[in-house]
Design a protein around this ligand. Structure first.
Ligand SMILES: Cc1cc2nc3c(=O)[nH]c(=O)nc-3n(C[C@H](O)[C@H](O)[C@H](O)COP(=O)(O)OP(=O)(O)OC[C@H]3O[C@@H](n4cnc5c(N)ncnc54)[C@H](O)[C@@H]3O)c2cc1C
Length: 413
């Protein structure tokens, strides 16, 4: 569980199964908002003075052979889901870790395969749950002509409106990957960024910058041996065997992202918050931006503070911005900033959050969008983040919130 959420002075954790959850959602809560825990990776799956609803009893999984869809309870992690799908040779585009839960899917989470396969969110064909009003719902994508605004709202803004208990998604053929990660000097990042912007959509670049700068490239072309795009990284990564191309049978075998960028942290994991931005190709702007970020990295108040990025484009751009609440469909990069501090160090927390806000503001000029992978309803920048995440769609979302979650059982929008 996220260490900050784990340390929260929560009212307690409720673990109702499907039938009891329906009854529970009709009862007065005493304290709002209700926090939801699926994979438990975000800082807000538990908070001071709030109840947490843990979805751990929502774990059933059903394979629909005929339509190649998978239907599952939202208490499963992405690793559990992919493991269950392995036998049928099917998969979904998950992120850089299998630890995430349905918050990954519902927030519009992305990963190295998103450029060729789209967001996991774009695979949803049915969604079931309970609105904040206590009313249950079950919506199918192909039947949503009358409910199209509700469907759109659930695709990327569900945490503000409902608890989602069940999802049905179309699946992808299980795909082998080639991964190459290693360390580079920061001065080479602008050039590498530009090279990645010309890659086909089957290849993607990620990077993670802490004490050192780790680049992480993934090629999911059908088992060509070996990937010429990853071989083209030789001038950056040299012939160090630790930076050799690795073949992975599927996404669950990916090496751990970010493991090279910093020395392992101490025995007590730091507390952290993360903000993620979205923006278009950087082209020639990459040089000055990365030079500026170099300065910010040198000013990091804690060695757990990092700046990272993930590449989008391709399939993620082929969905119209008005179809889901993930509106930034022109995005090519998702840079994200991690603020870290030692548990209990209030001054360190303030410094790290100020550093995160500063870097986010620097990036905002070139990456104006926000990916709400974590909710920050306890931080001063929440309203601005909502505006940057949902843009012109925010007023309609707020109207839906007033209708579907009139008492504000879920986090404020
Ligand atoms: C190791 C690691 C790797 C990551 N890699 C990536 C990555 O590659 N790409 C990426 O985009 N993100 C990535 N993330 C971010 C992650 O996807 C988000 O933080 C996500 O919100 C985590 O979801 P969760 O279910 O695991 O966490 P939780 O904390 O359980 O859920 C997060 C929030 O989502 C909402 N939520 C969750 N489930 C439901 C539900 N069923 N109904 C309604 N609301 C719900 C709640 O508001 C909840 O507080 C990563 C995070 C970690 C820790």
């Amino acid at each position: 569980m996220n260490p900050l959420a784990q340390a929260a002075d929560s009212l307690g954790c409720l673990t109702p199964g499907p039938r009891l959850l329906k009854q529970l959602m009709r009862q007065p809560l005493g304290s709002t908002p209700l926090r939801i825990r699926s994979g438990g990776n975000s800082s807000r799956c538990a908070s001071d003075g709030c109840w947490t609803l843990d979805l751990c009893r929502h774990r059933e999984i059903l394979h629909h052979e005929a339509t190649k869809e998978v239907e599952f309870g939202t208490g499963l992690t992405m690793a559990e889901l992919l493991q269950a799908m392995r036998a049928s040779g099917r998969s979904l585009p998950i992120g850089l870790s299998g630890l995430t839960g349905s918050g990954f899917i519902l927030s519009g989470g992305m990963g190295p395969l998103s450029r060729s396969q789209g967001l996991a969110l774009d695979h949803i064909t049915e969604i079931e749950g309970i609105w904040g009003s206590g009313e249950p719902f079950a919506l199918r994508k192909d039947e949503c002509t009358d409910d199209s605004s509700r469907w759109r709202a659930l695709m990327g803004a569900a945490p503000f409106l409902a608890v989602v208990t069940r999802l049905r998604l179309r699946t992808q053929r299980l795909q082998a990957l080639q991964v190459r990660h290693g360390l580079i000097p920061a001065s080479q990042l602008p050039m590498l960024n530009q090279i990645a912007e010309s890659w086909p959509e089957t290849v993607s670049l990620q990077w993670n910058w802490g004490e050192r700068l780790e680049v992480y490239a993934v090629d999911c072309n059908p088992a060509e041996s070996p990937s010429r795009h990853l071989e083209a990284l030789d001038p950056f990564l040299g012939t160090d065997p630790r930076a050799a191309i690795r073949r992975c049978q599927d996404q669950l075998e990916q090496p751990r992202f970010g493991s090279l960028a910093s020395e392992s942290v101490g025995s007590i994991p730091p507390h952290s918050e993360v903000i993620a931005r979205l923006g278009p190709a950087l082209n020639h702007q990459a040089g000055p931006l990365i030079e500026h970020l170099s300065t910010r990295i040198r000013e990091r108040p804690h060695n757990g503070c990092r700046i990272s990025a993930q590449q989008l484009g391709g399939a993620t751009q082929r969905i119209s911005p008005g179809e889901t609440s993930f509106i930034h469909r022109d995005s090519i990069w998702k840079p994200w900033i991690t603020a870290a501090w030692n548990p209990g160090d209030q001054a360190g927390r303030e410094q790290s959050l100020a550093w995160m806000d500063q870097v986010s503001e620097d990036l905002r000029k070139v990456c104006p969008g926000v990916h709400l992978a974590q909710l920050h309803d306890h931080l001063p920048g929440h309203q601005q983040e909502l505006e940057d995440a949902y843009g012109d769609w925010l007023p309609a979302l707020r109207q839906l919130k007033a209708e579907l979650d009139p008492e504000g059982r879920f986090p404020p929008l």
